[in-house]
Design a binder for this molecule. Structure first.
Ligand SMILES: [Zn+2]
Length: 153
């Protein structure tokens, strides 16, 4: 599915934003970064060991020999709010990990009792527009969101 850059110019923007809020609370548990950091430290050292690095700007798919494709430092969450996916289907998540990361999410692999956790390392823009709505359209393929998006786009 092609995406548009400016969702807030969409005629259904308000409805999409409202639905996005609803979908976040039905599909994610919000967890403080510090909580997962503390548990990661107790388990095995540091949370960064569980960060799944995103593909670098140069490569379309993850390159085994590229340091940047495996660099976790560029992918550490900076916001306190992180979001654990309630759906524990690791295979589904792993199949979509590149798309999730293209929607701008930091991804943390399942560890301890947590499923995959999403975080952010950007700011100064609307998170629904830049992250959540693209996620619900392209990864969750939520029918209600697709309908809102496709009507009068
Ligand atoms: Zn690379």
């Amino acid at each position: 599915m092609k995406t548009i850059k400016r969702y807030y110019e969409h005629p259904n923007w308000r409805e999409m934003e409202t639905l996005s809020n609803k979908l976040i609370s039905t599909n994610f548990n919000q967890i403080h970064l510090q909580v997962i950091e503390d548990i990661a430290t107790l388990e095995n050292g540091h949370l960064s060991e569980y960060v799944y690095p995103s593909i670098c700007d140069e490569h379309k798919t993850r390159n085994e020999n590229c340091d940047e494709c495996w660099d976790i430092d560029k992918d550490y969450p900076i916001w306190n709010a992180t979001f654990e996916i309630k759906n524990p289907n690791d295979e589904w998540i792993f199949d979509h990990i590149d798309t999730i990361q293209k929607c701008g999410f930091i991804t943390i692999q399942p560890f301890h009792c947590f499923n995959t956790i999403l975080g952010f390392n950007g700011g100064g823009y609307n998170f629904h527009e830049m992250h959540w709505i693209p996620l619900f359209l392209n990864v969750f393929e939520n029918r209600e969101m697709i309908k809102l998006y496709e009507v009068a786009k």
